[in-house]
Design a protein around this ligand. Structure first.
Ligand code: SOE
Length: 391
């Protein structure tokens, strides 16, 4: 069986998710296009790198990501670092002819994303950006309904990604609140997931009108480097640092297909944990999805009899996209892990079949152009057209 050798950089939360996916992928998808082999894991902190090597079952570890780029046996560079390291690593990996799986958002800026996309294209490698939520079977089912015309012409939509892990002002100033490391706040971190799903379902965005805000302007300086996603509390005496990104972002969108919608992202919505939702209204019906009930897609059709019309739930299972590889009974439970396993399968398959994966660096770049237009619109308070991709 063909093996694809993986070098993974950044040994935090995402390294755990990706390592489970590499191990679990052949257990769900069989026969597999190739077996992922976990060759090297890198973290700048040696203790963390060493522990991750044992825990996530890699052959070896290093504290220098160049060791992965320079290892001729490694086929895939998997980038799980904070956002400010994505571009440099990805461009070096592309030049070395390695395929790339990169955590989201693709980059700090649209300009960086363009360079990453062009380097990948020039070196003819397979790329994937880890917007995993679109791989939830219920989201794929929504795509099927739309493509089959089951809800008619799309009129409007709304999408949200609401969390509350940063609502407490004592939660520390991790890299996710510092523009030079993350690029943008709620917009880049979680809003882009919704943008990816809605672009996947409805096509390209044309223009946006946005409002972004920073409700908590300073936070206690973090003690270590590891982001605890709000689980570590600073104390009132800790020195404070400035937050220079949005913690709330809301925008209207006009799509190229003429549909209109709103997207809202915040990490400060008490009581909301991973509230990723969309609702899409068409001339013949509506679809609604809530990731907190992710085995379920709600559907409503205009031609149902008047006295029966309303949303009903379709629970995803073996008859739905990816379902035959996942679990044999609907509603047994799709989780975050399954979306990452599906992501890994699609990526490894694209590499072995030499086809494009999706969302790839071109899509990641398109999403960065949308984020750029959102930030520009929030500044100017005017409708702002999304720039075109420069090929
Ligand atoms: C924090 O908001 C975070 O870890 C995001 O960075 C991830 O993309 C999301 O899937 C879960 O929440």
């Amino acid at each position: 069986m063909k093996e694809i050798k993986i070098g993974l950089i950044g040994a935090g939360f995402m390294a755990k998710a990706h390592s489970i996916a590499y191990a679990g992928m052949p257990m769900f998808f069989w026969p597999v296009p190739a077996i992922p082999y976990k060759k090297m894991i890198v973290d700048i902190n040696e203790e963390i790198a060493k522990a991750a090597c044992a825990r996530f079952a890699f052959e070896t570890y290093s504290t220098d990501w160049h060791d992965i780029i320079n290892d001729p046996e490694i086929d895939v560079v998997d980038i799980c670092t904070p956002n400010n390291a994505h571009a440099e690593i990805a461009i070096a990996a592309a030049k070395a002819g390695k395929h790339i799986l990169c955590e989201k958002p693709l980059s700090l800026t649209a300009e960086e994303a363009k360079e990453m996309y062009q380097a990948a294209k020039k070196n003819n490698i397979t790329t994937l950006v880890a917007f995993n939520y679109r791989r939830t079977p219920a989201v794929q089912l929504a795509k099927k309904y739309i493509e089959e015309g089951a809800i008619g012409e799309i009129l409007d939509f709304r999408g949200t990604y609401l969390q509350d892990w940063s609502a407490d002002p004592s939660s520390p100033l991790s890299w996710r609140f510092q523009k030079e490391i993350c690029g943008s706040g709620a917009l880049g971190d979680i809003g882009t997931h919704v943008v990816d799903m809605l672009r996947f379902l409805l096509g390209d965005f044309d223009k946006v009108m946005a409002r972004c805000a920073t409700y908590i302007q300073e936070r206690p300086i973090q003690s270590g480097l590891v982001d605890s996603l709000g689980n570590e509390k600073g104390n009132a005496q800790s020195p404070k640092g400035k937050v220079d990104v949005d913690d709330q972002c809301c925008f209207m969108v006009e799509c190229k297909n003429g549909s209109f919608g709103t997207i809202e992202a915040t990490r400060n919505a008490w009581g909301r944990n991973n509230f990723i939702t969309f609702e899409i209204h068409g001339t013949k019906g509506s679809l609604a999805f809530n990731y907190e009930h992710r085995d379920e897609l709600q559907v409503c059709f205009a031609d149902d009899p008047d006295d029966r019309r309303g949303f009903r739930s379709v629970y995803t299972g073996p008859n739905h996209p990816y379902g035959d590889a996942l679990w044999p009974i609907p509603a047994l439970g799709i989780g975050y892990t399954e979306t990452k396993i599906v992501e890994c399968y699609d990526f490894i398959k694209a590499i072995t079949e030499e086809t494009e994966a999706s969302p790839n660096f071109r899509d990641g770049y398109a999403i960065e152009l949308i984020a750029k237009a959102v930030l520009k619109s929030a500044q100017s308070q005017t409708w702002t057209t999304v720039d075109n991709i420069e090929e």
